[in-house]
Design a protein around this ligand. Structure first.
Ligand code: GLN
Length: 247
């Protein structure tokens, strides 16, 4: 039976916004289709993981202080992570984790945390702590040539610059910075986004994009994923899209 291995980074530190729900959704949507889903967790002090052993690497969002603490640990794996990105492991990075994969993150006190420098963007927060991008957000992303509305909730002081390949166009909300036209960062095997929610619970198409990509990469053949009963998810989406886009 086919399986996917997930590495869940810093579950005890980057868990301020309920992003763990993304792991739960991936596990649910894999197991409902009779795929095996194994989840390893890594945090400071644990044995060094080999990122290339995994199909998916996930990390969530967190507060400035926690980001600066774990960045020193994360940077130890910079070369290993670079190889994993290059070899096609899927990276799902939410907010604080998104920021740390760039050049650096400068917080509202002016403290700069060096990032992994894997992607060319950088993030700087407004010195006014009250100036944060907070609220519901809807973007339009293109996944496997299909446009899809992606719904989430953003809460970040960080403003991210020099994103050459955004995840989507902002339909409502801020995005990478206040009033930006674009949100997040996207490659075939990377979704880095400010969308909490958790992201995948509100966007089953995004979850299935990740699952399909990872299965096809691992087993070197096409997968047509069996449809799941997303009636409840789709009802919620309709409600939210009507509320956010037709206000
Ligand atoms: N601390 C970072 C910021 O405020 C990331 C926040 C988050 O992960 N939601 O921009």
């Amino acid at each position: 039976m086919e399986s996917l291995k997930i590495l869940y980074l810093y579950p005890d530190i980057l868990e301020l916004y309920g992003d763990y729900g993304n792991i739960q959704v991936l596990k649910y949507r894999l197991e409902k289709r009779n795929f095996i889903c194994t989840i390893d967790r890594y945090s400071i002090g644990d044995d060094a993981p080999n990122f290339q052993d995994y199909d998916i690497v996930f990390a969530g969002g967190g507060a400035d202080n926690e980001q600066s603490i774990l960045a020193t640990d994360l940077i130890k794996y910079k070369e290993n992570i670079k190889l994993a990105v290059k070899s096609g492991t899927f990276f799902l990075l939410i907010c604080g984790a998104y920021q740390l994969f760039g050049k650096y993150y400068k917080d509202s006190n002016g403290n700069t945390t060096p990032g992994l420098e894997i992607f060319p963007y950088y993030t700087a927060s407004n010195p006014d702590k009250k100036k944060r991008c907070i609220g519901n957000i809807v973007i339009e992303a293109t996944l496997n040539e299909k446009k899809t509305k992606v719904i989430g909730f953003e809460n970040h002081g960080g403003q991210t610059f020099d994103v050459f390949s955004p995840f989507g166009n902002v339909l409502c909300g801020n995005g990478n910075k206040f009033g930006d036209k674009y949100e997040g960062f996207f490659l075939d095997n990377v979704i880095a986004t400010y969308l909490h929610g958790p992201l995948l619970s509100k966007n089953p198409d995004v979850a299935d994009y990740i699952i399909k990509y990872c299965l096809e990469r691992k087993y070197n053949r096409e997968f047509k994923l069996q449809d799941l009963n997303d009636e409840f998810e789709n009802l919620c989406r309709k409600q939210l899209l009507d509320k956010f886009l037709n206000k």
